[in-house]
Design a protein around this ligand. Sequence first.
Ligand SMILES: O=C(O)[C@@H](O)C(=O)CO
Ligand SMILES: [Mg+2]
Length: 255
Amino acid sequence: MLNFSAHLGFQFTEVPFAARFGAAAAAGYRAVEFPSPYEQDAGELAELLARHQLQLVQFATPMGDGKGLAALAGRKEEFREGLHQALHYARRLGCRRLHLMSGCAGPDEPADATTYLDNIRYAVAFFADQGIQSLIEVIGEASAPGYFMSRFERAEWLFDAVDSPGLGLIFDSYHASRLGGDPLALLDAWWPRLGHVQVADDPGRHEPGTGRLDFPALFALLERRGYPGWIGCEYHPHNGTEAGLGWLAAYMAGR
Ligand SMILES: O=C(O)[C@@H](O)C(=O)CO
Ligand SMILES: [Mg+2]
């Protein structure tokens, strides 16, 4: 049976952030994820996770003022300093996966492959020593203009160059579909390097079942492969988070 994690940046936004933990647990989730814990006190977050018996599945290293720093030529020092802050939170929160976001290039913010590769290699080694897996995600430019890790071809280049089990891919069904690929074929091809999965339907980035993606087939593939990890529910609820959890109840009932 597959395991689902609530994405607290997308779901349960009807209530303030601290209340989303209880809401996710009450809805049956045993794990959560959200990109940035740094505005909250690590001790308070640890207490919320413990009180609601939730695991924290993954979060991102400090993202600067946007979608990360790893490929930004002028921000190498800031990226590397952020790894220590991420490690502090990961230890305190018992989290074993960290997303290294590439950042978005802009007119005054150059990004390049050498900086990115150096930083990712450095971070993968830094976290692997602590038993933490580093993750990258392919996010299309339509969702994040200028995002450096915006194509699966580029992810292939990165994985070949880094060549470490300490690096895994976040496969996000929405971005995979938006990029024009066949999400099922991509998921299958990336299986050996899969570190985490996120789901949202396309178009709309709403609940599974609201668009054209074949989630029964996608879940069957993950089950067949014996996927041991978590599936983050990174979608915008169409009509309220709890009202939109029917797809998950249906999946659970079918097991
Ligand atoms: O799909 C996304 O944009 C997210 O998984 C992400 O990268 C975290 O903000
Ligand atoms: Mg995602």
